[in-house]
Design a protein. Structure first.
Length: 229
């Protein structure tokens, strides 16, 4: 295989990985879902080797796990994943929020639009959409930094976070309060209180992390059953 051939295949594999990642991010693929190679190959029109390369990329991102003789599954995060993920989010999103005053108006508007979408979804009791709006909000916060690399990394983190949401049971019970917390962060930033918004975001992370950990431990989800097999 020439270098050009390999580059083309890897590029295609990355696009396939992005397709699967977005489906995870939007909540379409819950933990434990077995991915059918044949179905994906038919849907996407790609070669088997390309699909397997995409699976390897997503396995490194902790979104998929391969179980010998059984296939590839959407991974079930564990308690250690929650702690590690929130440590990363505190650094990335708190830093990005500080860029609010210098960010382009278009980037700030994306934060406002995400909060509006969450509010409208909550009013209509579309709680899965509320969760999607939460993802958009945090992607928009990261977008304030103006870094494509950070945007890409946070998409990976939030896809993994979406898998954690499946531990939480009733989506309204879990997501409703975060609609108000996200709006509070936006209002503070919009009024010029970037430091206060940053503190509200840090408190948000503390509350959300403990909420997830408490629920996962109460459900006995401290370990990842697939990765442990």
């Amino acid at each position: 295989m020439t270098g050009a051939d390999r580059l083309g295949r890897v590029s295609t594999a990355e696009r396939v990985a992005d397709f699967v990642r977005i489906r995870v991010l939007e909540g379409d693929l819950p933990p434990g879902t077995r991915l059918s190679e044949e179905a994906l190959r038919t849907t996407l029109g790609v070669a088997r080797n390309t699909l397997r390369e995409a699976f390897r990329l997503l396995t490194r991102e902790r979104l998929l796990v391969h179980e010998h003789s059984r296939g590839v599954f959407v991974r079930t995060p564990d308690v250690a994943d929650v702690v590690d993920l929130y440590a990363a989010r505190r650094v990335i999103e708190s830093g990005a929020l500080k860029a609010w005053p210098a960010a382009a108006e278009e980037q700030r508007q994306e934060v406002r639009d995400a909060v509006r979408f969450q509010k409208e979804s909550a009013k209509a009791e579309r709680w899965t959409d509320v969760a999607t709006g939460n993802m958009r909000f945090h992607l928009a916060i990261t977008g304030l930094a103006g870094s494509a690399r950070l945007d890409e990394e946070v998409r990976r983190l939030l896809a993994e976070l979406r898998l954690m949401f499946h531990h939480m049971g009733d989506p309204r019970e879990f997501h409703e309060n975060y609609v108000h917390l996200n709006r509070e962060i936006l209002v503070l930033a919009d009024r010029g209180g970037v430091d206060e918004a940053g503190e509200a975001l840090r408190q948000y992370f503390d509350v959300a992390e403990q909420h997830l950990l408490t629920r996962m431990r109460s459900r006995g989800d401290g370990q990842d059953p697939i990765s442990q097999s």
